[in-house]
Design a protein around this ligand. Structure first.
Ligand SMILES: *[C@@H]1O[C@H](CO)[C@@H](O)[C@H](O)[C@H]1NC(C)=O
Ligand SMILES: *[C@@H]1O[C@H](CO)[C@@H](O)[C@H](O)[C@H]1NC(C)=O
Length: 467
């Protein structure tokens, strides 16, 4: 029916058909998300954690702010620790993708009979239509979608805290970032979101690796965990354990490959390919069809094991390595919540700290969040379905931990939000407890948690390692 339209109306047609698509899809306007999209661990899109953003990326849920309803409270400050947005694979994964794409083209098991009419179309797509477009120079850089992640987050936070992230306050907001390219691009994009609608954005961030990349400066952590193969034993065991073996064989069969040629790392590369095509290009890649939900859950568990043992509760030193960031956050909150005369300058409205999943996970662990009773191991996959430690949910791209400080009638209160939803400090059964109660909960860390002592570590540990 549109065929008679002259070309100059093609934009209108496109717009109209977009509207029609939206209308006709009703509550499911995003038709083509792979069913395994919420299992990608740290490579999960933020939208999988907050699906309402797929409908409206600027929608804000004001009821996440939960100071006590019977007390008058006003937000006076936020400190936000934010992970960079969607990014390209790093070199290691780009090389795996290269090996995988060569293997599926050349390494076919000739004994498997697959005549054209039994070959599924996704398999044909993988073998002959899909082009490996990843190159090593992309190495972990922020992609366009990643910039949007941060811009839109800033715009939503401005809507949620209009008095704090206001135009007049722009110069009083402190922004710090890790030196990594993807983080610097992210903190820039965040400022573009804050200054939305202005013709020229004024950037004013500082690079601070002591604060945002504490993990690589903590010797006890680097030597005790990162470079220590025994520290990650559970991950290695699971990688070669029965659940992963079953997945590996099934995927090799589906690709028509010899079982031996498809290593666990290449299985993971195929899984991540599905995640990258989705998070970078919003595509439902043919690679996604290799994995059913059960396989995706096994791969997710492998990622969770890695994050748990490498960055979180698995080793106390991981959390303790974030002591500088912990103290920085509480010093900032102390200052912002201090009583002041009306003649004094108002407190800093916001502190924005942009880093990595490796920045957020240790801090969340130090605060005691997502600590299940039984640690996940290589041998308890089947009893871990209900675990709270899920990296897909905790640290997707653009993950954020926000400390909202309120001025209330009974004194300052503090509410933590993770990925724009309420979470609670362990042991405190309110969404926004009194700030002094939060301080009391973390007294042992506020009085201790000394980076040099913990990280340069005398072997006989001091009293501050008990969380
Ligand atoms: C808004 O947030 C509240 C509190 O977390 C939650 O109960 C509610 O489901 C959210 N609403 C939407 C539409 O997401
Ligand atoms: C390596 O990790 C194991 C297990 O956590 C630990 O017992 C050992 O002391 C660590 N080695 C070093 C050099 O820190």
């Amino acid at each position: 029916m549109f065929s008679g339209f002259p070309p100059r109306n093609s934009l209108l047609v496109a717009a109209l058909s977009l509207v029609l698509t939206r209308l006709s899809c009703g509550s499911q306007p995003v038709p083509d998300v792979p069913p395994i999209a919420a299992y990608f661990g740290t490579k999960t899109r933020y939208e999988e954690v907050n699906p309402h953003l797929l409908r409206d990326v600027l929608s804000v849920n004001r009821s996440v702010l939960k100071p006590p309803p019977n007390e008058r409270c006003t937000p006076v400050h936020i400190t936000a620790v934010i992970r960079h947005g969607s990014r390209f694979p790093t070199v290691q994964n780009i090389r795996r993708i290269q090996r995988l794409s060569q293997l599926v083209r050349t390494g076919r098991d000739t004994e498997t009979t697959d005549t054209t009419d039994t070959t599924e179309s996704w398999l044909t797509d993988i073998r002959s239509r899909w082009e490996n477009w990843y190159t090593e120079d992309m190495d972990g850089q922020l992609v366009m979608k990643g910039r949007e992640d941060l811009r839109n987050l800033a715009r939503r936070l401005s809507a949620l805290f209009p008095a704090l992230l206001s135009e007049e306050n722009t110069r009083r907001i402190r922004l710090r970032s890790s030196s990594k390219h993807r983080c610097v691009s992210s903190v820039e994009a965040f400022q573009e979101g804050l200054q939305w609608g202005r013709s020229e954005v004024q950037y004013s961030h500082q690079v601070d690796d002591e604060l945002m990349r504490f993990f690589e400066r903590c010797r006890g952590y680097v030597e005790g965990v990162e470079k220590n193969r025994t520290a990650l034993l559970e991950v290695e065991r699971f990688k070669h354990g029965e659940e992963m073996e079953a997945v590996r064989k099934r995927i090799a069969d589906r690709l028509g490959l010899h079982h031996q040629s498809l290593t666990p790392d290449l299985v993971e590369a195929a899984f991540f390919l599905c995640s990258y095509e989705l998070s970078i290009k919003s595509l439902h890649s043919p690679w996604c069809f290799l994995f059913d939900e059960d396989a995706a859950k096994v791969l997710q568990y492998q990622s969770d094991l890695k994050q748990y043992w490498k960055r979180s509760h698995g080793h106390m030193i991981s959390g303790l390595s974030s002591c500088p960031l912990f103290h920085h956050v509480f010093r900032t909150l102390d200052k912002a919540g201090r009583p002041r005369r009306s003649t004094e300058a108002p407190p800093e409205p916001a502190s924005i700290l942009v880093g990595h999943a490796e920045t957020l996970l240790p801090l969340l662990s130090l605060l005691g969040l997502f600590k299940d009773q039984t640690p996940p191991t290589a041998s308890n996959y089947h009893t871990q379905h209900g675990r709270s430690f899920r990296s897909s949910f905790i640290v997707p791209y653009a993950a954020n931990l926000i400390f909202v400080l309120y001025d209330c009638q009974r004194g300052p209160r503090l509410q933590p939000l993770l990925n724009e939803a309420p979470v609670r400090f362990p042991g405190l059964d309110e969404d926004a407890p009194l700030y002094r109660d939060v301080r009391a909960t973390y007294r042992h860390l506020l009085d201790g948690c000394d980076f040099h002592k913990e990280c340069e570590g005398r072997p006989g540990r001091g009293p501050n390692t008990e969380l």
